[in-house]
Design a binder for this molecule. Sequence first.
Ligand code: KIV
Length: 303
Amino acid sequence: MRKRLTITKLKKMKQERNAISVLTAYDYPSAKLAEEAGIDVILVGDSLGNVVLGYDTTIPVTIDDIIYHTRAVARGARETFIVADMPFMTYGIGREATMRNAARIMQEGGAQALKLEGGADIAADVEALVKAGIPVMGHIGLTPQSVHQLGGYKVQGKLDAEAEKLINDAKALEQAGAFSIVLELVTEPLAAMISDALTIPLIGIGAGRGCDGQVLVYHDILQYSSPYFEKKFVKTYADIGTTIRDAIHSYVDDVKKGSFPAEEHVFAADTAAFPTLYGTAQEQENSKESKDKAPSKTEARLL
Ligand code: KIV
């Protein structure tokens, strides 16, 4: 068993240029498999709204959704550092409400840290959470909870003023005590500049090779969706969607054909011990013979 990473170790990984691997997970088996595969950090992202709950955006995801899924992830990955997203409008809504919501996700969900979208605008909240003992991961660049404000899922920081704002946001989060920052959908040179400006790890998604680590969505790297839409910044490592669909198709076929369950899937009874229930050996033999002669249920349906 390996030991769970800490924010101190994660910061050291940046200094040592040891790239940090982060993957989302939303339930017990995905978390367990990610842990067994050696992931450094699991993020219970509000992307669960898109990839698990079938919403078009992350906006409908509630605090109860996040707590429910974080609890399952925490059961599956007991040795992995788990970060949970604070959902839309559960922070930046007044200090007391923000703190109460953060406390719920930590206590009821069992995460080790929280992630909040926003830069300098939420720095005061970040500072208060950190002072209360909660490790905070920032999230800047394309912030999906603001997709309508941003006008869609597009690359951020292309203009000078936007790039400057992102650098200032990153510094404000670091100053507020964030232990790391996710940077989403930003050009590679800008991401590298932001990483250089920080002492805390910058975790990129669609932000190129200059970051201190990478985060991707579980369902994206495994093509675990239907239909699967390719994204330029994602590398897919398996096509689980096709594997699952083909497997279920074979199961449906087997049930229809009557080839499942087969001999190896059924439980034999100790017929000798219960002659009253199952009949004598001779009666059983007779019944088997007459069954063998009779058309199967499937054959009868086809007759
Ligand atoms: O919700 C999420 O999965 C995220 C990642 C895309 C960084 O925020």
